[in-house]
Write a protein that binds this ligand. Structure first.
Ligand SMILES: Cc1cc2nc3c(=O)[nH]c(=O)nc-3n(C[C@H](O)[C@H](O)[C@H](O)COP(=O)(O)O)c2cc1C
Length: 590
């Protein structure tokens, strides 16, 4: 294994820690992994906790293929390391799984080193690439079932024939998977990936990576669950896959069937039922893709179905069907001067809308957008109801903008699932419901905050489903409904504060925190808090006690996450006062 460290691991160093790793993973096949240890939260998707990696692969048959490159930030070391592995002139083909800059950032450099390299990708990927690299290149567009024969490696005797699978929307419109019939490796780039940075090339420790695997699915793949199922069906037609070589995180080999069945199960659950929200975006335009993901993630939290729709890459017939069948449609602001193809798509979108739909709009922040109110007017021209207030973004989107978008999505999701939620509450048997209601608890306010300044996010919720769960180390569980805003800040490794309310003084705090807050609102406005008393969140000045906690595990229940946290610190303000107690009458309310 070659490991090249690019900067000092000194935690006080300002430069982010980047390193490279190069290792053989199968016959004639090696990976170059770019390890980005500290890529911060909200930098790409919303929720990175463990850095990330960008993985590329070299497959050597009679001819040699490179699968994906790396992020431009690795330019100074990735290219020399590649050159140590192979003379770039000897790379015949570059397979581009999709054109997101974290995998395609060094393609231009590669073309400079090997001008006649053949670039293989989906038709859409090759179109996007032209705008990215600004250099001529030779290319071949491929779709499902087509193959690239690399021939037989003279030393190993293995024949490497790559079969392609179209996997649109996973999570980009231009994605292809590549399957090497020689080694049984499927290269999927974003799909099945996770943002997790470690030296482990493979999934040796499934427990360590499972929370990030799930989080990544929820954010990026869940909103395209139908497309995931289609891709899985295509994968079923392949011979046995022994490794999924992902573009982010450890490669999946030791627990492969477990990860694949997770995708099958989660996507199956998310594709049940007909009514869904179509969340449109414009790939490679402003912040439209990231913002649409935040909204879609929020909708999914409320157990509502969602479908991401790329207005640039969806053909008119499919677009008409996806928009026409949706219960709610969310769209970005589009360029004030769209090209003719986009103009046609916008026309198709507007023509497919109907008055019974809820519609929402967000700023794509693309540079020269049509004003958001003008777009909202066009979307509501037939009297459609507003799904949420227009999501205006006035500066480069920050953590709190994504929070507002996610919470708007959750509000919309709750509207879409209202009938289902009411029916579920009514279905409890009367006596059982009363008996369950005899379970009582204390009254608490959970608070959490992350990030600094403009990019900070903070939230709070009233909780009574709280219980001590371990002595050594001291630990507790909180049951957090899946659609709670604060849930986003209670992932494994996150810190939060449990504020214990006083029996003789809790009504005002309860009233305050039980208000319905608009998306992104500061829930602490008007409340006395101590910001630096504990790690993880504000301490309420009027609380009886506080406990500073770190999330250790999350167990998934049907409608709540059972969050187990280790208590790291705590203090009591009045040893004589007692904790507020919450007695209930029925089990189907808190
Ligand atoms: C007495 C009481 C106890 C509650 N306990 C919990 C709880 O343990 N877990 C939870 O997820 N929600 C609980 N809730 C509901 C949330 O506190 C409340 O709906 C929340 O503030 C709304 O936040 P949201 O906008 O993030 O959904 C409780 C509500 C009440 C009235």
């Amino acid at each position: 294994m070659v490991t090249a460290s690019l900067s000092s691991p000194d935690p006080s160093a300002v430069a982010p820690r980047l390193s490279l790793q190069c290792e053989a993973i199968a016959t004639d096949t090696s990976t170059i992994r770019s390890l980005d240890w500290e890529r911060s939260r909200f930098d790409i998707e919303f929720g990175l906790r463990n850095g990330t990696t960008y993985n590329s692969f070299l497959v050597r048959g009679e001819r040699t293929a490179l699968i994906d490159t790396s992020h431009a930030k690795f330019r100074d070391t990735w290219i020399p390391l590649l050159q140590e592995q192979i003379d770039p002139k000897a790379i015949d083909v570059l397979i581009v799984s999709h054109t997101e800059p974290d995998h395609s950032g060094l393609i231009g450099d590669l073309i400079d080193l090997k001008p006649d390299i053949e670039i293989v990708g989906s038709k859409v990927a090759l179109q996007f690439l032209k705008d990215q690299v600004h250099r001529p290149f030779s290319s071949r567009a491929v779709k499902s079932g087509e193959t690239l024969d690399l021939g037989t490696n003279a030393d190993s005797g293995m024949h490497h024939c790559i079969e392609f699978l179209s996997a649109p929307n996973l999570h980009w419109p231009d994605t292809i998977f590549s399957f090497d019939h020689g080694t049984g490796i499927l290269y999927t780039c974003d799909a099945f990936g996770l943002h997790y940075c470690s030296d482990d090339v493979f999934d040796r420790d499934p427990g360590a990576i499972a929370p990030d695997f799930r989080f990544y699915y929820d954010c990026l793949m869940g909103p395209n669950a139908r497309s995931v199922l289609q891709a899985l069906k295509r994968m079923d037609g392949l011979p046995e896959i022994n490794t999924i070589a992902v573009g982010h995180g450890p490669l999946l080999r030791h627990h492969l069937s477990h990860w694949v069945s997770d995708y099958r199960e989660w996507s199956g659950q998310r594709s049940k039922g007909e009514s869904y929200a179509a969340v449109c975006y414009l790939s490679q335009y402003g912040f439209s893709d990231r913002i649409s993901q935040a909204i879609a993630h929020g909708i999914g939290k409320a157990d509502a179905q969602v479908q991401l729709v790329d207005l640039r890459a969806t053909d008119p017939q499919e677009l008409t069907a996806l928009i026409g069948d949706a219960k709610a449609v969310v769209a970005p602001t589009w360029p004030a001067q769209p090209d003719s193809e986009l103009q046609a798509s916008i026309g198709t979108l507007l023509a497919a809308l109907h008055p019974k739909q809820l519609v929402g709009v967000y700023d794509a922040f693309g540079g020269n957008d049509e004003p958001i109110d003008a777009v909202a007017d066009q979307l509501r021209s037939q009297g459609q109801k507003q799904a949420f207030a227009p999501l205006r973004i006035r500066q480069l989107p920050q953590g709190n903008d994504y929070q507002r978008c996610e919470e708007s999505g959750t509000d919309l999701g709750q509207l879409l699932t209202k009938a289902k939620t009411i029916a579920a509450m009514k279905s409890l048997d009367g006596e059982l419901d009363k008996a369950l209601g005899r379970i009582s608890g204390g009254l608490y306010v959970v608070t959490a905050s992350q990030g600094e300044g403009e990019s900070s996010r903070r939230s709070a919720m009233v909780a009574s489903w709280v219980s001590q769960a371990s002595f050594k180390p001291p630990g507790l569980t909180v049951a957090v409904a899946k659609d709670r805003a604060i849930e986003a800040l209670m992932q494994v490794g996150d810190r939060f504060v449990l504020n214990v309310l006083r029996q003789d003084n809790h009504q005002q705090l309860l009233r305050h925190f039980l208000k319905r807050f608009p998306p992104g609102a500061d829930r602490f406005s008007g409340v006395n808090v101590l910001d630096n008393a504990a790690d993880g969140g504000p301490v309420l000045s009027e609380a009886l006690a506080y406990l500073g906690c770190r999330v250790e595990q999350r167990m998934e229940g049907p409608d709540h996450w059972i969050i187990y946290a280790v208590v790291e610190q705590g203090n009591v303000s009045d040893s004589d006062a007692s904790t507020a107690v919450h007695h209930r009458k029925v089990g189907n309310h808190y």
